[in-house]
Design a protein around this ligand. Sequence first.
Ligand code: NAD
Ligand code: FES
Length: 295
Amino acid sequence: MYKILKAGKLAGNIYEMIVEAPRVAKRCLPGQFVIVKADEKGERIPLTICDYDREAGTITIVFQPVGASTEKFSRLQAGDSFRDFVGPLGRPSELCTDDLEEVRKKKILFVAGGVGTAPVYPQVKWLHEHGIAADVIVGAKTKDLVILEKELSEVAGNLYVTTDDGSYGRSGMVTKVIEDLHNEGKTYDLCVSIGPMIMMKFCCLTTKKYNLKTIVSMNPIMVDGTGMCGACRIVVGDEVKFACVDGPEFDGHLIDFDAAMKRQTLYKTEEGRALLKLQEGDTHHGGCGNCGGDK
Ligand code: NAD
Ligand code: FES
C-alpha cells in the first residue's frame, strides 16, 4: 500500500497528492510516469510524476478527474492509500540523460498547457539544478486554472503565462506566445511541448515554421504500461512505437497527431479496437518482439 501524505486541489478540478513511494522516488527521473490503482478492482491509471523527493521517499502526482477511477482518486484524503503505485515507467527526458555539456549549449523553450504543466515542472527544475535556465510558456483556459506558477518562476529563466480568455498574463493560446517570442527576436534550439494532444499538434505546426525541433510527451490510453498490450501504439515517422516503453517523449514533427487522436477515440470501444486490430495487423500489440506470447 502507498500512503497519501498530502492531498488537495491545485486549482479548479486539478488535484495534487504527495504519496509515500520510496522505491519510485529513489530511481525516477523527469519525464517518467507511474501507473496507479486505487484498490484491488480499480483501473490502472498512468499519471506523470510532477515532483519527487528522494530523501523523503515521496512522489507528487497531479491529475484531473476524467472518469470513474480518477474521480475515486480525487476523493482520497491524506492518510488513505493507493493499492498499486508502479514505476518509474517510460524513458526519462533526454535532457536529463544526454551529455550535460551539450544540453548546456542549447536554448530551450518549454510549452506547458493546462494539466500538462505538471510534467514540465520536474524537467525545468532538474535543468535549473544543473545550472541551465530554460524559458517556459504556461497556458491555461483562464486565471483560476493556472498551476505551478510560483514553483516554475523559481526555476525557469523567463516565465510567460498566458490565458485563453486574457484574464491573467498574456492573452491567447500558447501558440500565440511562441509566435510573439519569435517576432520579439527570441531564438531557441529546442522546444519541449506538453499538454493536450490538440495543443501539441498546433505547437508542432507553429515550431515547424521556425525549424525549431520540438519534443512532445504523448499520453495515449495505457493499460499495462510495459509495452505488451498495444493500447499506447503510435506511429512516429514510419515506425510503430509504444509510448509506455519507447516514450512518452518523441520528436513531435514526426507524429501524425490527427491519426493519434483518431486512434484514441477508436480504442475506447470494443468495435473500435476490433477495427484497429484488423488495420494494424501484427503491430497492433506490443510485446518483446521475440516470443510472440502476447499475441
Ligand atoms: P486545456 O484544454 O485547458 O489547454 C491548455 C492550453 O493548451 C490552453 O490554455 C491553450 O494555451 C493550449 N491549447 C489548447 N488547445 C489548443 C489549440 N488548438 N491550439 C493551440 N493551443 C491550444 O488543457 P487541460 O484541460 O488542462 O488538458 C487536459 C488534457 O491534457 C487531457 O487530455 C490530458 O490527457 C492532457 N495531459 C497531457 C499530458 C501529457 O503528458 N501530454 C499530461 C497531462 C495532461
Ligand atoms: Fe503501452 Fe500497453 S500501455 S503497450
